[in-house]
Design a protein around this ligand. Structure first.
Ligand SMILES: Nc1ncnc2c1ncn2[C@@H]1O[C@H](COP(=O)(O)OP(=O)(O)OP(=O)(O)O)[C@@H](O)[C@H]1O
Ligand SMILES: [Mg+2]
Length: 323
C-alpha cells in the first residue's frame, strides 16, 4: 500500500457528482456552468466540506488541460495579506489576459476571510475593473469577514458541514478502495470515532483514517489510541473527569487536565460540550454554559492561555452541577 499521496488528494472529488452532500450549492452551480457568463463566486462554510475541490472542478470545467497552468491562479491568505502582492501579482495576471482571446481565467482566493480589510478594498477595485473573462472564486469559513462591496459582486454558495452518514459512507468507500483490513467487530465503532474526531470535516476524517493506517493501529484497533493521537481525551480519562465534575472536585478535575500531554483545547471543548447533558445540570444553565463555552473558544482562538481558560470552564461547569 502506498502512503505517499495523501488520501485527501487521492480522493479529492474530480467532478460535481463526486462531491458528497452540498446538493443545494452543487445543483445551482451545475446550472451556472452551462454558459460562460458566470458571476464571481464565494464559497463559504466550515473546513473540509468541499469548497476548494468545487472551485477546482469549476476551473477545470471551463479550461483545457494545457490552460490550467496559465489561466488558473490559486492564492492563499499568506499571499494575500500583503497589499503589494495583491496589486502586483493579481494585476499582472488580470492584465495578461487582455492580450488573449476570450478564454476564461480563474483566480481562486483561499482563506479570503483572512485578507485584511485594506487589502480587500484594493481587491474590490481590481474585481470591479476586470473584464468579463476573469472570474474570481473566493473561499472562506466566515462570510462576515468579507466586506460588503465584494459580497455584492459575487454569487454566494454556502457549504454545510457533512452529516455523519455521508462522512462514514465516504470513509467506507476509501477503506474499500485501499483494501484496509479493519477488524469486523470494531468496524462500525471505528467509523463512528472517526466521525466524532472529524466534527463534520471530511478532510480531518480522511487524514485520521490514513494516520491510523500509517501508525498500524488498525490491526488491534485501539480506539483510545486513535482518540489520543487526534488530541482528544481517551474514554478512561474522560470518565475520570466526569466523575470529578460530578463530585464537584475542582482541584481533581484540573489535575486530570494538567496531566494530559497532548491537550488540544478546542477538541476538549467539543468533547466536554457533548457530555454536558449527562451531568446533573438544569436545562437553562446548560444554555448559559454553552454561551460561556462559545466565549472560551473565542478567547482561545485569540491566543488566551489555554490552561487558564479550560480551568475557568471546568469551574463554571462544576458550579452548575446540582448535588
Ligand atoms: N463534499 C465533499 N465531497 C467529497 N469529498 C470531500 C468533500 N469535502 C471534503 N472532501 C474531502 O476533503 C478534502 C478537502 O476538501 P476541500 O479542500 O475541498 O475542503 P475545503 O472546504 O476547501 O476546506 P478548507 O476550508 O479547510 O479549505 C478533499 O480532498 C476531499 O478528499
Ligand atoms: Mg479549501
Amino acid at each position: 500500500m502506498s502512503l505517499e499521496i495523501p488520501w485527501v488528494e487521492k480522493y479529492r472529488p474530480k467532478t460535481f457528482n463526486d462531491i458528497v452532500s452540498q446538493s443545494i450549492a452543487i445543483n445551482n452551480l451545475k446550472k451556472f456552468v452551462q454558459n460562460t457568463n458566470i458571476p464571481h463566486l464565494i464559497f463559504t462554510g466550515p473546513a473540509g466540506t468541499g469548497k476548494t475541490s468545487t472551485a477546482l472542478i469549476i476551473a477545470r470545467h471551463f479550461l483545457k488541460k494545457e490552460e490550467l497552468d496559465t489561466n488558473l491562479l490559486e492564492l492563499n491568505a499568506s499571499d494575500t495579506v500583503r497589499i503589494d502582492f495583491v496589486r502586483n501579482v493579481l494585476k499582472n495576471f488580470v492584465n495578461q489576459s487582455l492580450f488573449k482571446d476570450g478564454s476564461l481565467k480563474f483566480i481562486v482566493l483561499d482563506e479570503a476571510d483572512n485578507i485584511p480589510g485594506q487589502v480587500q478594498q484594493a481587491l474590490r477595485r481590481i474585481i470591479e475593473k476586470t473584464s468579463n473573462n476573469i472570474k474570481f472564486i473566493l473561499l472562506c469559513n466566515y462570510i462576515n469577514k468579507i466586506i460588503d462591496p465584494i459580497i455584492s459582486r459575487c454569487a454566494v454558495f454556502r457549504f454545510v458541514s457533512l452529516p455523519k452518514e455521508k462522512i462514514i459512507e465516504r470513509l467506507k468507500y476509501i477503506s474499500e478502495e485501499e483494501k484496509l483490513k479493519i477488524p469486523s467487530e470494531k468496524r462500525e465503532e471505528f467509523f463512528k470515532h472517526l466521525f466524532f474526531i472529524s466534527g463534520g470535516d471530511l478532510r480531518k476524517a480522511i487524514n485520521t483514517l490514513q494516520m491510523s493506517v500509517a501508525l498500524e493501529l488498525l490491526e488491534n484497533l485501539d480506539l483510545n489510541e486513535i482518540l489520543k493521537i487526534s488530541g482528544f481525551l481517551d474514554v478512561g480519562t474522560l470518565e475520570n473527569l466526569i466523575t470529578a465534575i460530578k463530585n464537584k472536585d475542582f482541584i481533581k478535575s484540573k489535575e486530570i487536565i494538567r496531566l494530559i500531554e497532548t491537550l488540544d483545547s478546542r477538541n476538549f471543548i467539543r468533547q466536554i460540550s457533548e457530555v454536558l447533558p449527562s451531568l446533573n445540570i438544569a436545562p437553562v444553565n446548560i444554555i448559559n454554559l454553552k454561551t460561556y463555552i462559545g466565549d472560551i473558544d473565542y478567547r482561545i482562538s485569540q491566543g488566551a492561555d489555554e490552561f487558564i481558560q479550560i480551568s475557568a470552564l471546568l469551574a463554571m461547569i462544576i458550579e452548575n452541577v446540582q448535588s
